[in-house]
Each structure stands twice: as C-alpha cells, then as structure tokens.
Design a protein around this ligand. Structure first.
Ligand SMILES: Nc1ncnc2c1ncn2[C@@H]1O[C@H](COP(=O)(O)OP(=O)(O)OP(=O)(O)O)[C@@H](O)[C@H]1O
Length: 283
C-alpha cells in the first residue's frame, strides 16, 4: 500500500498511540478493542439472525469469523460496519459508537461486504479512485494509491473493462481495493478469498498480514478452516446468531484442528446418504 498522508491515516496513528498510552499509564489492563459488539440483535420476521452477540476484537489482531451457513456472520458484520441497523445492542469501533456517530466510525473502517452492489459501469481504476474521493481524499493522493492497488492486485491488464464485465474474482479484488484505498485502521472483509485465484489470494494475504503487523486490525469471515487457522491469530465460531467460542486460534482449536473444533461445537451431521435418483443412468 502507498504511504498514507491523509486524514484517515492520522486516525489510525491516533488509535495506536492511544493504545500505547493506555498500556504505559496502566489505567486499564486491557487495551481498547478495535471492534466490540455488546448484546447485538437482529431479527427478520420471526427469524432471529443475530441473538445478543458479544464479540471483542483486539487492536492489531487478524481475526477470523467462522460458522455454518445462516449462522448470522454477514448480518453481524453488516451491523458492525454501519450497513445494517441493529434491533438492539451496541457496536464500538476504537471506542466510537458506530450507530451514534457513523461518519467517525466509517472513517476508521474499510469494508468488503457480501454481495456488494456498486458503480459497476466504471472501470477498476475509476471505481477505486471514486471510492477514495467519496472518502474525502484529495485526487492527487487517491490516484497514485488507486493505481498501485490495481497493479498489485493484478487488475491493471483489465484496462478499461468495466467492473460489470469483470469475473467474480476480479470483482472481489476491486472491491477489496475500494475497502483499502482510504487507509483505514480496521478492515472488515466478508469472504475475501472466495472466487479468488491462488496467486491473488497469496497477494491479498500478504497485504493483510503486513497491514496487521503495522498495527492495523483485520476481521475476515471465511468457510475455509485451513486458511483461517493459518492466517488468523484470533477466531470466533458463530452459531445460531451467537458466539459459540472465541479467543486466540490456539485456544479455540483446543489442541485439535479448527475444523475438528468447529464440527464439535456446531454439531453438524455430515450427510453421506441420499439422492439415490442422482445417477447418470436414471431419469
Ligand atoms: N434480508 C434478510 N431478510 C430475511 N432473512 C435474512 C436476511 N438476511 C439474512 N437473513 C437470515 O438471517 C440468517 C443469517 O444470515 P446470514 O447471511 O447473516 O448468515 P451467514 O452466517 O453469513 O451465512 P453464510 O455462511 O451462508 O453466508 C439466515 O437464516 C438468513 O436467511
């Protein structure tokens, strides 16, 4: 990522300085969380998608969110990032109440939502540039950043192809670039590796690792346990709208693999029988 020099970079530095000051003064034993949800609730009709969910994401962590289909991960992340208003509960981003002060919270957040609808008649460079301008960056800052992101993510060759004509993986990458262009202090990425080729996935992982090592916080949801286990230092397993377990990846795996722990906690049954009619010979 290019060197930051805008307002958003300042907020990331302030957040890290605040953590350091707190640690030095010893006023609180725990540094402020990068992202914290308290009693978060969302229902759709009679369906309780998120059920009094409490989660604390430490500053500088690479945090994995896993859970079965329909567990409430996307709904929770949407509420945590100011995209979906909770029915109850609170979300704080570096101590800022997201739903009380959306602009301040959003300045700190870079978000890759699930199923994002965007200005897809623009080409990749235009879309990333536009995202930066919408975030209040000056054009002379945003254009070199957008250009570098497009190059690093392997989208330069797509040239003037509009985003609507991108493949699923290319769209994922350009939206990731949009999430990063304003140099946020927290990246919240719903399934960032889905549909992305292995080389691009490695590039994205390297970018995210460097970001976390520099003090940024990364929250990713994923269904790929091996990737989460390898990348993330913390993980939460979400089930039926609640946190089944959360902690360091080692604590959560509890001596086994993350996949074993997931199966144990979520209690899903692997169905091996059925669909006897699904035979090339049958009609
Ligand atoms: N807009 C909506 N209207 C009605 N029901 C919804 C809506 N969004 C989510 N749900 C329901 O809320 C529950 C949680 O959905 P959510 O998308 O948060 O799960 P998820 O953990 O992200 O699942 P997946 O891993 O399949 O992406 C599901 O039962 C889903 O059907």
């Amino acid at each position: 990522m290019p060197e930051g020099d805008g307002r958003e970079q300042g907020t990331a530095q302030e957040d890290q300085a605040a953590v350091a000051t707190t640690a030095r003064s010893g006023q609180r034993s725990q540094p402020q969380a990068a992202l914290q949800t308290e009693g978060l609730v969302k229902t759709f009709g009679s369906k309780v998608a998120v059920d009094h969910l409490d989660l604390e994401v430490p500053v500088g962590s690479f945090y994995g969110i896993v859970g079965p289909n329909g567990a409430g991960k996307t709904t929770m992340l949407s509420m945590a990032t100011g995209l979906l208003r909770p029915d109850a509960g609170r979300v704080r981003v570096h101590g800022v109440d997201v739903w009380a002060d959306l602009p301040a919270a959003k300045a700190r957040l870079g978000v890759l939502p699930d199923g994002l609808r965007t200005f897809d008649r623009l080409n990749g460079l235009e879309l990333v540039t536009y995202s930066g301008l919408l975030r209040g960056l000056d054009r002379d800052i945003v254009v070199p950043r957008a250009t570098e992101l497009i190059q690093v993510l392997g989208l330069w060759e797509a040239g003037t192809t509009i985003v609507a004509d991108y493949s699923a993986g290319m769209r994922k990458k350009v939206h990731l670039a949009c999430a990063m262009v304003h140099s946020p202090s927290i990246l919240v990425l719903d399934e960032p590796f889905e549909a992305v080729d292995p080389i691009s996935a490695q590039t994205i992982q390297t970018i995210l690792r460097n970001f976390a090592e520099a003090g940024g916080t990364v929250v990713v949801s994923s269904h790929v346990m091996a990737t989460v286990e390898r990348l993330c230092d913390h993980v939460a397993i979400i089930n039926a709208g609640r946190v089944a377990v959360a902690g360091t990846t080692e604590e959560v795996a509890a001596g086994g693999t993350l996949e074993e722990r997931f199966t144990q906690l979520v209690g899903g049954e692997v169905r091996t029988q059925g669909l006897s009619w699904l035979q090339p010979s049958s009609r």
